[in-house]
Design a protein around this ligand. Structure first.
Ligand code: ZN
Length: 75
């Protein structure tokens, strides 16, 4: 399964050399929140996890621009 929305493509696990990955995310209770702001409510923290060793190779949010302060947002 490829995540075509995300520009970063992980080719190989830096920990074990594995080449198969699972894309997951953490939302709801585990949703990431920006300090001092509720604007980022609902942002899910997404993970790319190595299927071989289980390491979280990469983690990110879908819309990092939403983590900006209101005054810095473009829309
Ligand atoms: Zn690995």
């Amino acid at each position: 399964m490829q995540n075509t929305l995300h520009p970063i493509q992980i080719k190989q696990c830096p920990f074990c050399g594995g080449t198969e990955f699972v894309y997951g995310y953490q939302a709801g209770y585990g949703a990431i929140m920006r300090d001092q702001s509720l604007l980022a409510a609902g942002q899910a923290l997404r993970y790319i996890i190595c299927r071989n060793c289980g390491s979280v190779v990469h983690s990110y949010v879908d819309n990092p621009e939403k983590l900006l302060k209101r005054s810095n947002r473009k829309r």
